[in-house]
Ligand binder design. Structure first.
Ligand code: PLP
Length: 363
């Protein structure tokens, strides 16, 4: 019940907080058949083995979770192929990114990142007290790493490299990343946000762990939200040089990953479950190819996507096109005045979307 009598607070918010843009979640549907292609979610429901792990773990929620998520950290370290001391988990990789920034950014330090990119970045940077320095992506939606290198100043503390880039789709290749890292000072942190790693099929995309081993100023950000289908349980992690990892761990929210989430993540990393989950990723990648081919046939010239979504740089037509999609029962993610992102979902959802895209072309 709204309380109309209590007075409004006069406690000042930090200027950086008062100025924050709100995070806009992808639209969600209610009535009728609605296909949700607005949040890059995995369309498959949890595997039976993961669901039973969740149900079983639910019986223990009167207890705090394992604070250090010991078993999960071990499993992730084994999964990635690094020492456990290099792994830090958190309540989704967005929270882990926040902790990374809190661990290294002093007030006023510059954080360079591409734009348009993940909309959590400007918020995370401002919350950490950093100054956002944005570098436009190229016409074909690729990160402009030479321009990002040129944007470095003595105040730069962190560079965020989103690969594949959300929402445009292309991934950074090994040669361009090497050239970039060669000019980044060793005391500037480079965050490789690999949220869509498992969907990448371009053989020229580098192995993040190999990059990290040769460059101790690199941090990898990964998540179980997308390929592993656990977006609703919030499990993300960073892989970093041990001293940096300890710093990130030190600022992390205590008990940040719930017991249910830890058990679900462990069940997902079990060999048979993992194989099944990666088969689903293969199916989504096949759908991505089918959708991209069909769109090209419709006459669209879109950025190359290595993720589970496609990007339409529709400019001023964005909002109207999104409304048309909603009316047709397909929820997409518009960025007003710029473009629109559409996730790859189940076959029927993708078919419904392809019909919408055809209608956009007819105007
Ligand atoms: C979806 C996404 C994430 C994952 O966020 P979680 O908090 O782990 O759910 C991270 N980075 C990018 C670029 C994303 O698109």
């Amino acid at each position: 019940m709204p309380n109309t009598t209590s007075p409004e607070s006069t406690v000042p918010l930090r200027a950086a907080v008062a100025a924050l843009p709100a995070y806009v979640p992808g639209a969600s549907g209610s009535a009728g058949q609605v296909w949700k292609l607005s949040s890059n979610e995995n369309p498959y429901s949890p595997l039976p083995s993961v669901l039973s792990a969740i149900v079983e773990a639910a019986g223990d929620v009167n207890r705090y979770p394992d604070m250090y998520a010991t078993e999960l950290v071990d499993a992730l370290a084994g999964h990635v192929g690094v020492e456990t001391e290099r792994v830090v988990v958190g309540n989704g990789s967005v929270a882990v990114l926040q902790h990374v920034l809190q661990a290294v950014v002093e007030p006023g330090d510059e954080v360079v990142f591409p734009w348009r990119s993940f909309e959590a970045y400007p918020i995370a940077v401002a919350v950490a007290g950093g100054r956002a320095v944005t570098v436009p992506v190229t016409q074909d939606g690729r990160l402009d790493l030479p321009a990002m290198a040129a944007a470095l100043t003595p105040r730069t503390r962190v560079v965020l490299v989103c690969t594949p880039n959300n929402p445009t789709g292309p991934a950074v290749r090994a040669d361009e990343l090497e050239t970039f890292l060669a000019v980044v000072p060793r005391d500037v942190l480079v965050v490789l946000d690999e949220a869509y790693l498992e969907f990448v099929r371009d053989p020229q995309v580098p192995d993040g762990v190999d990059v990290l081993r040769r460059n101790p100023n690199v941090v990898l950000l990964r998540t179980l939200s997308k390929a592993y289908g656990l977006a609703g349980l919030r499990v993300g992690y960073a892989v970093a040089e041990p001293r940096l990892a300890a710093g990130i761990r030190a600022v992390s929210t205590p008990f940040g990953v719930s017991h249910v989430a830890q058990r679900a993540a462990l069940a997902s990393l079990a060999p048979t479950a993992q194989a099944e989950l990666l088969e689903r990723v293969d199916a989504l990648v096949a759908e991505r190819t089918r959708v991209a081919d069909a769109l090209r046939e419709q006459g669209w010239d879109l950025p190359e996507t290595q993720a589970n979504f496609v990007w339409f740089g529709l400019g001023d037509a964005t909002t109207a096109c999104a409304a048309q999609a909603t009316a047709a029962g397909v929820l997409v993610r518009p960025f007003a005045g710029d473009g629109l992102r559409v996730s790859i979902g189940e076959v029927e959802a993708n078919d419904a979307f392809l019909a919408v895209a055809r209608s956009w072309r007819r105007g």
